[in-house]
Design a protein around this ligand. Structure first.
Ligand code: SR1
Ligand code: MG
Length: 422
């Protein structure tokens, strides 16, 4: 069957032919199908059986363009293959935090997967002021397992090179190179600026040599540090949660890149979520100070949990195989020093990537609902200023900042004093 952009009617006919779907939903000619996608790229359908609505699946289809912009921004459907492969790989490495894939059809650029019907998008949950007690721990486990087991610290290097070639995702990497690392800093016409943002801050993004250099260094790292298979777009809109569980969805940007990119995007989106509570607190007329700080505590817990688990996996693997990455090391002290430096490098990269993500979500094309959803330009600008100031600090001081507590301390300082420009 040639590629066809499906709609609820044609999708029902299609799903009727898929044995894996029949096995899950039973009588598949009685389906309720609703398009629910609110992402920037693809179309997403919830599909349930009319006779048993508790039986449901998600269908995601990539069309040959960017949904956010329409047919004026063509994009091949290759990303659906990348996403299906990444979901399967991450599902092997961390099944408790990755939705199951039931069926993938490369010709239709379509994936049928587990419907997380009892979960919400983390970004929405955070905007709503909800606490998820295990979320940071779950995310750190996902990061530690996918990043460690996907790297040369664990894989046979030949296998890793082969996997890397198979995972090339050039078009989507180019989107990231442009939208995160280039356009926000060069005043590109696709940027979207809040008119209430002070011009001096925007000028600084374009003219501050140290800042531009730092952003270019992060772009270079993104393009050249093929350390392991990444999710590639790990913001809080790519996470689904409830009080007990956490799932990581939407890895269509997956590619072999620097570990700190996945970590940094999550850190940045949590920091922006915390800053945005200035408004959500006010608009809801609630006292949310401790909630704002709860999010900052998740920033700390996420990094510390990731770092501890990554090192544990590494030590355990080397103990099990008696084959240390660096070669024989009788008292283990050299390996210990190497591990310390290795984690420090991921930390610095994470801060640099977090800074770029915070800049692009503030001045670039693709926003975050936590902040973009604030209707009052002045109130939004006060939060955007904080984002830009912290982002600059992270980019410029990433090699001096010693630990995640310092980052959280800086964020708290921003919350106390940082909005004077707006
Ligand atoms: C046109 S795509 C814009 C953004 O949406 C995706 O979720 C990625 O974050 C990308 O940068
Ligand atoms: Mg996405």
């Amino acid at each position: 069957m040639d590629f066809e952009a499906l709609n609820p009617t044609t999708l029902a006919a299609y799903l009727n032919q898929v044995p894996a779907v029949s096995a899950l939903l039973g009588q598949t000619d009685q389906l309720d199908i609703v398009e629910v996608g609110d992402g920037n790229l693809n179309f997403v359908y919830f599909v349930s059986s009319r006779s048993g609505p508790e039986k449901s699946i998600v269908v995601k289809q990539a069309l040959p363009y960017v949904r956010l912009v329409g047919e004026g921004w063509p994009l091949t459907r290759h990303r659906a293959d990348r996403e299906a492969a990444a979901l399967r790989r991450f599902g092997e490495l961390c099944p408790q935090h990755v939705p199951s894939v039931y069926h993938a059809d490369s010709a239709q650029s379509l994936i049928v997967m587990q419907h997380l019907s009892a979960h919400v998008i983390l970004r929405k949950g955070l905007i709503g002021g909800h606490i998820y007690p295990d979320m940071a721990q779950h995310l750190s486990t996902y990061l530690a397992r996918t990043l460690f087991f996907g790297s040369d610290l664990f894989l046979n290097p030949e296998d890793k090179r082969q996997a890397m070639c198979a995972a090339i995702n050039s078009e989507l990497c180019k989107i990231t190179e442009d939208l995160i690392f280039t356009y926000p800093f060069d005043g590109h016409e696709s940027n979207v600026l809040n008119p209430a943002l002070p011009g001096s801050l925007i000028d600084d993004l374009q003219r501050n040599q140290a800042l531009r250099t730092a952003a270019a260094e992060m772009k270079w790292a993104f393009m050249n540090q093929a350390e392991c298979l990444l999710h590639g777009d790990l913001h809080t809109g790519s996470v689904m949660v409830n009080q007990q569980e956490t799932y990581i969805i939407d890895p269509e940007f997956a590619f072999y890149g620097p570990m700190g990119f996945d970590v940094g995007l999550l850190l940045a989106n949590l920091l922006m979520a915390s800053f945005s509570q200035d408004w959500h607190r006010r608009s809801a007329s609630q006292e949310h100070d401790s909630y704002q700080d709860w999010i900052l505590l998740q920033v700390e817990a996420l990094w510390n949990g990731f770092s501890d688990q990554f090192i544990q996996l590494w030590q355990q693997h080397e103990a099990d195989t008696a084959s240390p990455f660096m070669g024989r090391d009788p008292d283990g002290l050299c390996a210990q020093a190497y591990r310390r430096n290795f984690m420090q490098k991921i930390f610095r990269d994470s801060l640099g990537f977090a800074g770029c993500e915070m800049v692009r979500r503030t001045v670039g094309l693709a926003k975050v609902a936590d902040i973009a959803g604030i209707p009052d330009d002045q109130a939004r600008a006060r939060i955007e200023v904080r984002c830009l100031q912290l982002a600059q600090t992270l980019l410029l001081q990433r090699n001096q900042i010693r630990n995640i507590s310092e980052v959280v301390h800086m964020a708290r300082q921003q919350l106390a004093t940082g909005a004077d420009h707006a």
